[in-house]
Each structure stands twice: as C-alpha cells, then as structure tokens.
Ligand binder design. Structure first.
Ligand code: DON
Length: 314
C-alpha cells in the first residue's frame, strides 16, 4: 500500500494538467494548484499516506456527508420527505430542477439538498450549537480534537454566496426551510469551511467503513445508504464518470478533496485543489482511478484470477 501511494503521488506531481482552482469563493482562489496528498485508513487499523497528506484544506462539499449523517440522526427517514435520492445530472449549484420539482431538491449532496440537511440538523438549536454538534461528530469519527473550521473561508463564502442565497430563499418559498434563511446559510458556510488534511479526513471517513473495534456513529443500514448516495450523487453530473472510472462511493468538494469508501476495507482521502469541468478534483479523480486499478478494489466485483488485488493490511 505504501509503495502504491508513493507511486500515485509521483504520477500526480509529474502531471502537467492540474485542473483549475475554484475562484467563486475568494478565499480559495489563491491556493496553489500544484499540491497533492493522499491517505488511506484501513479497517484493520492501518494508516498510509503520501504527498502533502498533512496540509489542511477546506473540505467544502465533503462536509455534506457528515451533515447528512447528523440530519438522519435527528429525523431519520423523515428527511426523505424534504429531499430526494436521485442524481440531478446538473451542476452542484443548479437551481433548474427546483422549480419543476416544487422545491424538493434531487439529493442531499447538491447545494439545494445540502441546505435542507443543514436546516434539519440546525432545527431547534442555535447555529453555534449545531456547528458544535457537527464538529463533535467529525472529531469523534477521526478521533482527533484538533479539527476546526476556518472562519475566513466561511466569511468569504457567506459574503459572495448569491447562488446559495437564491437556492435557500427558493426552498423557503416552497416551505422547505424551517429555520431563518440567514442562519441556515451561515451554518452551511461554516460547515463547508471545516478544515482537515488527508490523514484526518481518511480517519474521519472510517465511520462509513465497517471498522471493527470502532464505536459505530451510524447504523449499518444508514452507512450503506450514505455510501449508495455517494456513489450515485457524490460527484454531481460527474457521478457516473466517477463510478465508471473508480467503482467506489466518493464525495468531492470544491476545495479539491475527495473522500472515497471501500466498504469493509478502508476510507481514502485524496486532495489536489485543481478541479475538472464538473467541479471535482482533477488529479484526485485520476489518482483514485489509478488506485482502483492497482488495488482491484471496486464495489462491482473483484478482479479476475491473477488480477491485481491489494489487501487492506499489505
Ligand atoms: O456551496 C458551495 O458552493 C460550496 N461551499 C461547496 C460546493 C462544493 O464543494 C461542490 N463540490 N465539488
């Protein structure tokens, strides 16, 4: 595993097309695209890293996975009355389907759907309490009290987040917002501004892997369902492409991070800030394609006899 990650980091460093950094959140616009990190936390307790695996980055939409877990914890299956479970086939910030579908977002990973999950775990609490709950969940999952939110990133997104404001008000017009819209947006921007490095994100992702000896933060059924949604919706209009190339559930963020789950085996975090045309990390996606090819890990079956298989602990 360590040799594989070293190879993957070297391939990323040698790739001259790093993709384009997101500029619509001013605080993210100045980040050097020439950075790459990867970490693998295995179900049997192994931890492997390569590249800039200790460099913190803004997890952005990867946070929607933790937000969904919290929202499910609050209201269970009732969440599905307010948000769907289908891919949208549109960009993460699109408003297009919301009008046609009466203010019910297609899934919890596009921005409109994530605003509903944020509204759900915020409901009945102050933004400070809700964000405290979110941080406690992430810290418990990663077993790391050093995980924080970057206030400057949150402020920067709140100041320029006209699209998310439009989405939230549109949801409110369809009676699909329970809390004050500004409070939901403030909470959402802070949620997206959680900072982690690849090592921390891989460790946090273990709550979606069957990890013996680790306290279960979500039930088996919820874990399977969150993984299913990551596979079908985790990369927006690039979800089919990611499933085809990588074959494992993943959730991306415009900060360039991707959390990938190999159920029963490992959580993998990869980060490179340059994005592809879908708004997902370009080098991160390519790295995961190489990782899946070299390990043979896929939820769609094992490689034929003689094919590459990499055991979690090797
Ligand atoms: O709401 C936004 O636009 C950002 N805070 C998060 C979007 C995002 O990460 C999309 N992912 N690739």
């Amino acid at each position: 595993m360590q040799d594989l990650l070293t190879d993957i980091a070297a391939a990323a460093a040698a790739n001259s097309d790093k993709g384009k950094v997101a500029t619509y959140i001013p605080e993210l616009a100045g980040i050097d695209p020439d950075q790459f990190g990867i970490a693998v936390a295995t179900a049997d307790g192994g931890l492997f890293t390569a590249g800039a695996a200790e460099t913190p980055f803004s997890i952005q939409s990867v946070s929607k996975v933790f937000a969904l877990a919290l929202a499910l914890g609050r209201v269970g299956d009732q969440i599905w009355r307010r948000v769907g479970r289908e891919p949208s086939g549109l960009s993460f910030d699109s408003i297009l389907l919301l009008e046609r579908e009466n203010g019910i977002p297609r899934n919890p990973f596009i921005n409109a759907g994530a605003l509903v999950t944020t509204d759900t775990y915020l409901s009945g609490s102050s933004p400070r309490e809700a964000l405290g709950e979110l941080l406690r969940f992430i810290r418990a999952a990663a077993d790391d009290e050093g995980i924080h939110m970057n206030e400057q990133v949150a402020t920067s997104e709140f100041a320029t987040g006209h699209r998310n404001f439009s989405l939230a008000h549109y949801l409110a017009s369809h009676d699909n917002m329970r809390s004050d819209v500004d409070k939901v947006l403030g909470t959402y921007c802070h949620q997206c501004a959680v900072e982690m490095n690849c090592r921390q994100l891989a460790l946090a992702g273990r709550f979606l892997v069957d990890t013996p000896g680790m306290p279960a933060l979500v039930s088996i059924e919820r874990r399977r369902r969150i993984n299913a949604l990551m596979m079908t919706c985790g990369h927006y209009d690039g979800s089919g492409d990611f499933a085809f190339r990588v074959g494992m559930p993943g959730k991306s963020g415009v900060g360039g991070g991707i959390l990938v789950i190999s159920p029963g085996r490992a959580a993998i975090a990869v980060w490179s800030p340059g994005l592809n045309r879908y708004g997902n990390s370009k080098l991160g996606t390519e790295a995961m394609e190489l990782f899946a090819h070299r390990t043979g890990w896929s939820v769609f079956g094992v490689p034929h006899a003689g094919g590459a298989i990499c055991h979690a602990s090797s």
